[in-house]
Write a protein that binds this ligand. Sequence first.
Ligand code: TXA
Ligand code: MG
Length: 324
Amino acid sequence: MKTLHLSADKQKDIEQAKEILANGELVAIPTETVYGLAADASNPEAVKKIFAAKGRPANHPLIVHIGNMDQLSDWAQDIPEQAYQLAKAFWPGPVTMLLNKADKANSVVTGGLETIGVRMPAHGVFSTLLQSGLAVAAPSANPYKKLSPTSAEHVLNSLGGKLAAVLDGGDCVHGLESTIVDLTQTPLRILRSGPISAAQLSDVLGEEVLSPKTHNVAVPGNVTSHYQPNTKVRLVDSQALSNTQGKKVAYLHYSSLDESQQAIENVTSKQMSGNVAEYSYQLYRSLDEADKWGCEEIWVERPPLSDEWLAVHDRLNRAQSKLS
Ligand code: TXA
Ligand code: MG
């Protein structure tokens, strides 16, 4: 299949993307987090194509993206008051809420589960697409277990030929996937860390929200190897650089390199930001870039251990190959 490269700046291209979705085909769409591989969520046959294109197991649930609050009850039921409070504070935005699935919501989307993840994305083009009442199921637009794409080029390079079109809306501003919060049990808990922290959620709700540091998350799709470039990734402390043993290493670091580190042969390095939001924005695109340097391994300097870096640590731990 030839994948069309459409522009989110052109009304005609947006209309074409809508038509493709209405015809039950897949379109990659930019969100404020990462690009999503979208299908009409109410069309089970279209949703099945997402699993096929990604090579994703059918029991790994997908997130449903809605454009307005009226759509929430099409997909979820027994919606607790906290959902409305969080929606008011963070939607449209990078928070996915896990709720009880509405009876009529199709179970291909939820991978057969009785719960459903719903979010309202904050990206101009997404809002335009969803205005008509359409809801789209969309995982990140990457092959199963690979890096999530933050640009249209990245989608085309990794999934080109497997979807009808990519709607190019430029680079994603957050660069890391949404925070997923489970509202089906008390206390509320974060299942996947993201741009919005447990502290921010609890401030709005006035109640405790657990973070993955305080509990184990066992749901299909929450796998320990994920977000991986093709080159092996290793998390290291900055002193490790003095012991590359002649290996060709790509090095992503946020602390500055001293002169002796700069002089080490066979190391191609990239300076990352020390600011967590900027670092998150850079992370997937830098791993993707480093993947093309022809190195034997990608070494990533372990970021600070403070809570605000939780989402970054989560992605890096999963990107790290299970090396001895
Ligand atoms: O930022 C995002 O959330 C992006 C953009 C495209 O919206 N989407 C995204 O989707 O990251 P995906 O499929 O790559 O990751 C969704 C995660 C999976 O790990 C899945 O297991 C979890 O959400 N999830 C979805 N529905 C769930 C459910 N009913 N119960 C438990 N986990 C669920
Ligand atoms: Mg994903």
